[in-house]
Design a protein around this ligand. Structure first.
Ligand code: ADP
Ligand code: MG
Length: 331
């Protein structure tokens, strides 16, 4: 009898252990102008609350439209050097590095131009060439000066993090979940997906890549411990006089990037790198994007051109299944 009780207790213990390991918690957060869904396995409500707080804190810190944000503090500093938080410092440094490596295709000082098109609050409109030329005089990320915990931005220039903030949020969420002892988690932050580890059953996560031409799926991607970030012209745009104007802007012209790419998905260890590169490679176009991948490496990509062709870098070719079975592998 004693044996049976011990055995029963053991089974109960094992079962409850398993349940805890695999228990799934999901939370939806509205922040950074988008819907965010967080899923963790084997964590608690408190872990989730901490994640929600982290997102809110980041949104308050980085937003270009909140008066009290650190971004706005920098933008209204009239050229003075000001002290900033470690998070702000990190994000500016990484954005500047990505600006350098992409030859300026990513430029966090594009803010006045983004605003002129109505992509930073306000109404959508088409600015004329002379307005854009004047605004572009205030665009040049290389003029951002960083010191030991300080940032100085020339008078009249403004930074914003629309192209990298969600990716950075993904990185910080993965860091937080890890520190909480969670081994399995996935977050969807608008078009960004980031996964910690494998699924609780030990298999890879399935991430759907959106078809830029429809509401459907372009293909399924299997990943573990990676960020999967898509930039697409279809995500935010407006139409005027039969023309479509989207929110990804070429810093060389101040106009929506017309590179021939309609969607760029980056798969990478780092969310902020994936986010920055998805925007930058969209601006570059197919040829330069492939060249960038060959020269720099450290990530994989799914690139879709305006004629519907799908190009996949070889590192993920075996993990990507296109809906229509067609893709070209970049070696
Ligand atoms: P999403 O916000 O839809 O995920 P992206 O990551 O591509 O898409 O970021 C696009 C946003 O980044 C735009 O809404 C704009 O605020 C900003 N942006 C647009 N073009 C650039 C650029 N070339 N460099 C830096 N930021 C940009
Ligand atoms: Mg981006």
């Amino acid at each position: 009898m004693k044996r049976i009780i011990t055995f029963t207790l053991l089974i109960c213990f094992l079962l409850s252990g398993c349940t805890k390991q695999n228990s799934k918690l999901t939370k939806t957060v509205l922040a950074m102008d988008t819907v965010m869904t967080l899923t963790i396995y084997g964590g608690t409500e408190q872990h989730m609350d901490e994640a929600g707080q982290l997102i809110k804190e980041l949104d308050d810190l980085l937003s270009a439209t909140k008066d009290s944000s650190e971004t706005n503090l920098i933008n209204t500093s009239h050229g003075a050097s000001i002290s900033v938080s470690d998070k702000m410092m990190h994000l500016i440094r990484r954005s500047v590095e990505l600006g350098d490596s992409t030859n300026g295709a990513l430029d966090i000082t594009l803010t006045p131009v983004i605003r002129a098109w109505g992509f930073l609050g306000g109404d959508h409109r088409v600015p004329d060439d002379s307005e854009l030329q004047t605004l572009l005089e205030k665009v040049d990320y290389s003029k951002i000066q960083t010191g030991d915990g300080t940032v100085a931005l020339p008078e009249g220039m403004e930074i914003s993090f629309g192209a990298v903030a969600k990716g950075y949020a993904g990185d910080l969420l993965m860091e937080l979940f890890s520190s909480q002892g969670i081994e399995s988690a996935i977050v969807t932050l608008g078009g960004n997906v980031q996964a910690l580890g494998l699924k609780p059953d030990g298999s890879k996560w399935n991430v759907a890549v959106q078809d830029p031409f429809s509401d459907g799926t372009l293909g399924m991607l299997q990943v573990d411990d990676k960020a999967v970030v898509t930039s697409g012209g279809y995500e935010r745009y407006f139409e005027q006089d039969g023309e479509t104007y989207w929110h990804i802007i070429d810093p060389a012209t101040g106009k929506p990037a017309g590179s021939g790419l309609v969607s760029v998905t980056i798969v990478c260890d780092s969310g902020v790198t994936a986010d920055g590169l998805s925007t930058a490679l969209f601006v570059m176009g197919l040829e330069d994007a492939i060249e960038y991948w060959k020269t720099n490496g450290g990530f994989d990509a799914v690139l879709v051109t305006d004629d519907g062709s799908v190009y996949v870098t070889k590192g993920i070719a075996g993990d990507f299944e296109p809906e229509n079975g067609q893709m070209q592998i970049i070696e």
